[in-house]
Design a protein around this ligand. Sequence first.
Ligand code: SF4
Length: 293
Amino acid sequence: MHRPTPELPAHLEALYVRFPFDRSWGDDPISAIRPLARDPRRAEIAGLLGATLAIGNTTAIRGAIGRLATIAGGDLATLVVPGLPPARAADLRRFRHRWIRGDQIAYLARVLARHYASGRSLEDTFLEGLEAGGFAGGLDRLARTVRADTMRASLGAPPRGYRALFPSPRDPGASPCKRLTLFVRWMVRDRFPDLGVWRRVPTGELRIPLDQHVHWIAYHLGLTGRRTRSWPAVEEVSERLRRIDPLDPTRFDFVLCHTGISGDCPKERDLAVCGPCAVRPDCRLWRGRRVAE
Ligand code: SF4
């Protein structure tokens, strides 16, 4: 496995300090969610719906969150009721984002309405699983709750493809569960850019939402030796980042992700771009190569 230099923590810190957060904030889905997260309940609802839509490029994701907010009259919590007014239900049925359909979002909203009617938050559910089986246990409990595994009798069968939207790390296949992991990061971290409304989950427990950009750079920096995204790769990258920042291992997630999204990292050896890259000494594309000063 490729090994980074012993200076990787300092190099990551330099990447973080120099990062143009102002440029990338407006491009990130969290910038569309924050205005909708006016209280902890609304933050959970906007966060979960927004994370569910986090497929494809960030412009399309923010657009999809905006269209859903428009259908909801600016408050996504108004979708989380046992039955929607007919006009709003018809608007929601017409909603599409990539392969996600409005009937799936409507079913999720009904699942959340039923869950909240029990007096429990999604944080309560995640915590139960966390205490019983660590972070993967928390995510598994969350996935099984939103898949409505125990509510079928009262809610009816979910729409086609619904369950596949919410994989658990404990399912066969060990999905990296990027969207649910991202949702939990948004809820737990109380520092930029996250919402920090879940106060009982320690930040040090978080796992990295391993999208393709984060995985590419993590693999090339030697944070994982796994070439494919999977739950074991999530654990491996998170553990290595936890050694660098035990209290906030996902602090670098936004920077690693947007380094890829923005094109700051060309994902190939390009001296003009890679020359000033703070993590170039650790990058496997530059192993054994020197750049003239
Ligand atoms: S050195 Fe180049 S390819 Fe490697 S991480 Fe930096 S920008 Fe990306």
